[in-house]
Ligand binder design. Structure first.
Ligand code: NCD
Ligand code: ZN
Ligand code: ZN
Length: 394
């Protein structure tokens, strides 16, 4: 097969290791077809889906139901996280080889998954296979009202919230004690990165993620965006944003935390509106543009969006453009410029916090496992052409 690519740049397909595609249970916000189409349009050829669906992906049966329901819709390759609860410790360990990682919410967010007590956290950390990452959401609640609005189950109300730093320190300490792998989702502050850097220097097996949201937006944008900038963890100060770029070496992965909510849901009063913003379609364009502006080397982007996620989550056949790996390829025209707008967004909710952002570098074609899947703003891949990833056993 010959690909005409004159004047194009050839990139490996990106891996978004943090998306919420809302299938099952929230398909009015997103389903696996709309979510994976948005991914494809954004040059993301593999996604890892979070467990805070309805029902949550917190048992073997729920995982199997989810696989059966979403597989026939996928147009990119996909894997799943398993959601930790207070009492699914043995079950989580027994399905570990079928998932990318465990997700453990140490602070409540959209959905009801939450584990804040020391004992179940410790038991999960010591029982889940030590070489499979446990990804933690180690964040404080935005406010007690927020807590009431979203994680509003009896179970969650009975649990006092942990502050972000206490949650993070606790996760690092337990991971060190039991010698397991730990992945910190959406780090946003200088303090978190300092703690993680220190832990890495001590030999703790920890990796961490930032989102394009926190790399490119600040609390000033939140003023302008209103609820369309409401996310957990919240957009931070300019100085924290700058720290993310300064500590770029400490950061292992960039994941979008693509968390769609409908316009109607977002247009409710602030306290009622759910947290979460879209991102799967805009990550590659924003990061490619940043590399074109000389902010960061493209190779450093590829490391955090392709190589490292494949390694950390043990994705077989992914992670490099080389013989023996899947031919997941993005062709991008580095000269073409455009402005991001809501009409381009293929996510069901149809909006992006990056509307109005000018981008240099336009995605022309996307190949998934060698098949042309997306070309000239059109999705060619058939639902069901995406495959469940295989994991390197460990
Ligand atoms: C996410 C969601 O809506 O699922 N929301 C968010 O604000 N990031 C959940 C999460 O990742 O915490
Ligand atoms: Zn989270
Ligand atoms: Zn998330």
């Amino acid at each position: 097969q010959v690909i005409e690519a004159e004047g194009m740049m050839v990139l490996p397909g990106f891996i978004d290791s943090h998306v919420h595609f809302r299938d099952p249970g929230g398909t009015h916000k997103e389903d696996f077809l709309s979510g994976t189409r948005a991914a494809l349009a954004g040059g993301v050829t593999t996604i890892l889906d979070m467990p805070n669906t309805q029902p949550p992906t917190d048992s073997r049966a729920h995982l199997q139901e989810k696989m059966a329901q979403v597989g026939p819709k996928a147009v990119v390759d996909y894997g799943f996280y398993f959601g930790a609860t207070d009492n699914n410790i043995e079950e989580a360990a027994s399905v570990a080889d079928q998932v990318a990682a465990m997700k453990l919410y140490m602070g409540s967010s959209t959905g009801s998954l939450l584990v804040t007590e020391f004992s179940p956290i410790f038991r999960h950390f010591s029982t889940f296979p030590p070489n499979k990452p446990i990804a933690v959401h180690a964040e404080d609640e935005q406010s007690l009202l927020y807590f009431g609005a979203q994680g509003s189950t009896e179970h969650n109300r009975a649990r006092p919230p942990l502050s972000a730093q206490i949650a993070l320190s606790r996760a690092l300490a337990i991971a060190e004690k039991v010698g397991r792998r730990l992945h910190i989702a959406h780090t946003t502050t200088q303090r978190e990165l300092e703690l993680i850097q220190e832990a890495k220097q001590k030999g703790v097996r920890v990796t961490c993620e930032v989102t394009p949201l926190h790399l490119f937006l600040t609390e000033e944008d939140q003023q302008r965006l209103g609820n369309f900038g409401k996310v957990n963890p919240p957009l931070r100060s300019k100085s924290d944003q700058e720290a993310l770029w300064r500590y770029f070496d400490v950061i292992d992965t960039i994941g979008t935390d693509h968390a769609p909510h409908t316009k109607e849901e977002k247009m409710q009063p602030y306290q009622k509106a759910p947290s979460g913003l879209t991102g799967v379609q805009t990550m590659l364009p924003l990061l490619f543009n940043a590399s074109q502006e000389g902010r960061v080397a493209l190779s450093e982007i590829i490391k955090r969006c392709v190589t490292n996620p494949a390694r950390i989550f043990g994705l077989q056949n992914k992670g490099a453009l080389e013989v023996g790996k899947d031919a997941d390829i993005v062709l991008i025209d580095p000269q073409q410029t455009y402005e991001i707008n809501n009409e381009q967004i293929l996510s069901k909710c149809g909006w992006t916090p990056f509307a109005g952002t000018k981008i240099k570098g336009k995605i022309q074609q996307v190949f998934v496992r060698g098949q042309l899947a997306f070309e000239h703003d059109t999705c060619l891949a058939q639902p069901g052409s995406g495959r469940h990833v295989s994991y390197i056993s460990r």
